[in-house]
Ligand binder design. Sequence first.
Ligand code: GLP
Length: 242
Amino acid sequence: MNVVALDSYEAACRKVADIFSDHLAEKPDTVLGLATGTTPLGLYSELVKDFQEGKISFAQATTFNLDEYCGLEPRHHQSYRYFMETNLFNKVDICLESTHVPDGMNTNTQDACDSYEQAIQKAGGIDIQLLGLGINGHIGFNEPAASFAVATHKIDLAQSTIQANSRLFNGIHEVPTQAYTMGIGTIMAARKIVVIVSGASKAKIVREAFFGPVVPQVPASILQLHPHVTVIVDSEAGALIP
Ligand code: GLP
């Protein structure tokens, strides 16, 4: 595991953008694993810039997002499908049919999860997966638990996650309580993983996840066992790194 601490959020975003741009330039038909949250916003701006400057193209790329809220229409302003279209897909040359986000409106859990896993397999697996880090150590929506959930599954969101994400909704009562998420096994099967973490509120969990024991109570700690992980933090998020 390679942990890189940079001075600022902007520098962290640029570094991650370079990793993704280089990857796309080398392998235009890359299968990208993508993430939402506030942290990747600066990264997506950089990737849009790289596209506008003609450095990269997404025309042959395929994407799979980590997760989606259950019960939110794709047009809902807080759905992850909407987030991806607004912040990346509609600003680059990606073919929308090649973009995948779990179907939060599918009430058949088995079908929603199995079809997502099958689509990833059919695409040849994920080449490079982007991750953010939840304040409680979650990756995707894999919340702290007694064991690691392997495949894509439906999860009851932790109260702390509902609380943290309520800042983006008109009140906590509007935050969905369940989500579909890639499993830990799905994430760990990616050939390369890049984690971006920013801000003082994440400093403690950065130390626990990447320098503490590997335990399902801190889901991101499993990444210590992956052979190709780069963690990019800004100085605030990296403040407690030993
Ligand atoms: C959300 C997402 C995660 C994301 C995390 C951190 O709940 N499901 O994929 O990494 O929260 O988000 P932020 O970057 O906004 O702190």
